[in-house]
Design a protein around this ligand. Structure first.
Ligand SMILES: [Zn+2]
Ligand SMILES: [Zn+2]
Length: 458
């Protein structure tokens, strides 16, 4: 069937004369042909750039349309884009799917407002000015693009997020002594750790949430002590035990505060209770194989989510680690596909290898301004960032694959097949965790060869 609208968008090589460009026609064999071979009296040449292309409107291609739109928004009162904004303008105009870019700007009024306030100078080019804007995905996206192109200095969004959150939290604390303790804990424990992490790779949302929750729990602990008429330095084992036994399980998150307080000698002579470990729920082996089959055969589910699911079900990988896998963790040759999940390269079995091979040439989010050459195996929608663990978890859960239970189920199976030390080397599963699962699985891990007689060559 001949569709006029689709025909006007078809780019390719003319089957009759070899012309490269728009191929709206069809020859007798049904192959695409160019305008002149098919005698279609259409003008599909952009009058601005001279390229034959899918046109946004008469005589203008989508790329030129996007460029004009961005220039008009980013231009100052003198209709000129300031030099410092040119990298942003170029990045935005260079999207591989300019029609999506035009839609993004036209359908989202926040984008136009943000870009024009940058253009006319109402919004200064610094992080503090961006912080003062109402929080939105658009603001963060544009900020990350500006960082990407070195217009704004590097800043990890979660480090900055925690810093800002801590400042408001401290401002709400009336008691001076409590405020000092929480400020020290927040700055010297959490912020320092987050900064160290950011120096290596973007901080994960999980680490950010953990830092916030741990600080909140520490604050309620200090309130609670105060209500019992106690200063922190007089806090006893009895206080800690009653705090833990009387409240919700989130109170267990007090442990990092207590460790820190003991190191700082704020609290003395206490034993920090270890968290109760309850055997985590796990899926049964039959279910694991069904889910694996589902992922391998699923045709409408995006490949990145299918691959993430396979990494859980085959190799017991945690989604936090999956989300941050890099392209250099995968090695593809004509004969084999290999992954490096810990210290060793391990072969990827078929048909997962085929799925992975096809995916590598076609990663998502590569066509926007965000990730022109992303090092991440799973590039995210945000510039410079990989996909978030939450996105993977949500999508997999929707397909009936609970990530945590699936990982535990996989471990239970893996420890039946190989000793904990081998799993640690090949899959990065901590030996203690592997042992715990071995016990749960009833595997006789003592009968495994010792690490020295490793059955897998390193
Ligand atoms: Zn032709
Ligand atoms: Zn053009």
């Amino acid at each position: 069937m001949y569709c006029y609208q689709a025909a006007k968008r078809r780019v390719g090589t003319c089957a009759d004369c070899g012309h490269q460009g728009m191929t709206p026609g069809r020859n007798d064999a049904g192959q695409p042909t160019c305008l002149s071979c098919s005698h279609i009296p259409l003008d599909l040449t952009c009058h601005q750039c001279g390229i034959e292309a899918w046109l946004a409107k008469k005589n203008t291609c989508w790329a030129c349309e996007l460029k004009t739109l961005i220039t008009s928004l980013l231009a100052g009162p003198d209709s000129v884009v300031r030099p410092e904004l040119i990298p942003l303008a170029t990045a935005l105009a260079g999207m591989q799917r300019p029609n999506s870019g035009v839609t993004w700007i036209r359908t989202n009024p926040k984008v136009a407002t943000l870009l024009s306030s940058l253009g006319n100078g109402d919004l200064p080019l610094n992080h503090a000015a961006f912080d003062a804007l109402p929080k939105s995905q658009t603001v963060e996206y544009v900020r990350e693009l500006l960082i990407e192109h070195a217009v704004l200095p590097f800043r990890d969004r979660y480090v900055a997020g925690y810093e800002r959150w801590l400042a408001t939290k401290l401002a709400d604390l009336q008691d001076i002594e409590q405020r000092q303790v929480i400020e020290q804990f927040g700055r010297w424990h959490h912020l320092r750790r987050l900064r160290a992490q950011a120096a290596k790779a973007p901080v994960t949302q999980n680490a950010f949430l953990h830092a916030k929750q741990s600080t909140t729990v520490a604050t309620s602990f200090l309130h609670w002590l105060q209500e019992r008429g106690r200063h922190i330095w007089a806090c006893s084992q009895h206080d800690i035990d009653s705090w833990l036994s009387a409240g919700p399980t989130t109170r267990q998150q007090i442990d990092s505060f207590l460790c820190w307080a003991v190191r700082q000698r704020l609290i003395k002579g206490i034993k920090i209770p270890t968290r109760n470990y309850r055997g985590s729920p796990h899926i049964e082996e039959g279910r694991r194989l069904d889910l694996l089959r589902m992922l391998l055969l699923h045709e409408t589910m995006p490949a990145d989510h299918r691959i993430a699911g396979c990494l859980i079900l085959l190799f017991g990988q945690p989604i936090q680690r999956i989300a941050r896998m890099r392209m250099d963790h995968v090695k593809v040759t004509a004969e084999s596909v290999e992954l490096r999940l810990s210290r060793e390269w391990i072969p990827v079995p078929e048909p997962f290898a085929t799925l992975l091979r096809a995916y590598l040439g076609n990663r998502p989010h590569m066509n926007t301004a965000a990730n022109p050459d992303s090092p991440w195996l799973f590039p995210g929608g945000m510039p410079r960032q990989p996909i978030t663990p939450q996105m993977i978890a949500t999508r997999l859960s929707r397909e009936g694959l609970p990530p945590l239970a699936a990982r535990s189920g996989t471990w239970l199976q893996l420890v039946r097949e190989a000793p904990p030390s081998v799993l640690a080397q090949a899959l990065g599963i901590h030996p203690i965790t592997a042992m715990r699962h071995a016990k749960l699985a009833g595997a006789d891990f003592l009968s495994y060869p010792r690490p020295g007689d490793s059955i897998v060559d390193g």
